[in-house]
Ligand binder design. Structure first.
Ligand code: NAP
Length: 290
């Protein structure tokens, strides 16, 4: 549906672009002619993704082993990228999340999510935006949030609070930076099964099963739907969209609230099992990061 060279000449950073939804958006941007940068804490994962994507689509994928919680590392990455060629678009996709009864959440657990999602996303947006303004460049920011920014969500409160902060940043900066030609929008997807999501969100559940049962359209989301929406938002096809959150969830949030309220039926043993599985996954990931 898009001209094959629609994004030629674009330089796009996708945070968390080594895996899942970020990887799939990066792939589509590359396929449509853009140069793509991806970052994540595990540089080797980004490197493997870059090799795979360039083998498939050609083009250039640059990788950065950067933790977006580290404001200095973020600024260095953005400085390095702009020294070669200013970004034209930023996709704020990196995030962390896990389910927990909120009364059992530790301050460290809260920070683990909030520091990535709220602070990290701001650090990257700020580092890019101020360079766009100083260099008189136009630019697009698309952030990946969730439908819970509209109604909150039980059992993932740090994520609900932090994604809502991105939603607020998007509306605020759309108004503040619009006159520089900088647009900010967000996409709020319903469930699109990815490894990262099922590891810490619904341990033990079959990916997508609960959504398929509850969703008005009886299915989960598809990668290409997200890819197409992300491309459209940065394409120039409708630049007057600014400060919007666009849900793509088959109408699930409207029908059901789109959240984890049904976990109220979980027993203590279910929660213990979830905690054990999340802990094991965290240890595995920490070992992978070295
Ligand atoms: P994912 O594969 O776990 O993606 C998260 C990515 O973020 C990973 O590549 C991870 O790489 C990176 N990341 C995490 N912490 C980071 C940090 N501190 N610094 C830099 N990078 C970091 O999960 P996903 O399902 O694709 O999720 C992608 C986005 O979509 C998230 O914003 C999520 O909230 C949103 N979303 C997903 C769904 C869904 O159904 N999949 C639904 C709604 C919203 P490292 O671990 O190497 O750092």
């Amino acid at each position: 549906m898009f001209n094959p060279q629609l994004l030629a000449g674009r330089h796009i950073l996708v945070t968390g672009g080594g895996t899942g939804l970020g990887k799939s958006m990066a792939a589509r941007f590359l396929e449509l002619g853009a140069d793509v940068h991806i970052c994540g804490r595990r540089k080797s994962v980004c490197d493997d993704t870059a090799t795979e994507l360039m083998d498939t689509y050609g083009g250039r994928v640059m990788t950065h082993g950067v933790d977006i919680r580290d404001v200095g590392a973020v600024d260095n990455m953005i400085e390095t990228i702009f020294a070669e060629s200013p970004l034209t678009d930023l996709i704020n996709n990196a995030a962390g999340n896990f389910i927990s009864r909120t009364e059992e959440l530790s301050p460290r657990g809260f920070d683990a999510v909030a520091n990535i999602v709220m602070r990290g996303t701001f650090y990257v947006t700020h580092a890019v935006g101020r360079r766009w303004i100083a260099g008189k460049h136009r630019g697009n920011v698309v952030s990946i949030t969730t439908t819970w920014v509209r109604n909150g969500s039980p059992y993932v409160v740090p994520s609900a609070m932090s994604k809502s902060a991105i939603h607020a940043m998007t509306m605020s900066l759309a108004a503040e930076w619009g006159h520089y030609g900088i647009r900010l929008n967000t996409i709020a997807p319903g469930e699109i099964p990815t490894e990262g999501m099922s590891k810490r969100i619904k341990p033990g559940d079959e990916a997508g099963a609960r959504t398929i049962k509850m969703n008005p359209m009886g299915r989960v989301g598809r990668m290409e739907e997200l890819q197409n929406l992300a491309v459209f938002l940065i394409s120039g096809g409708c630049d007057w969209i600014n400060g919007e959150t666009i849900a793509m969830d088959g109408g699930q949030a409207l029908a059901t609230g789109g959240n984890f309220y049904q976990l109220r039926d979980w027993s203590d043993a279910d929660w213990q099992q979830a905690r054990d599985s999340i802990k094991a996954q965290n240890e595995k990931d920490r070992a992978a990061r070295g």
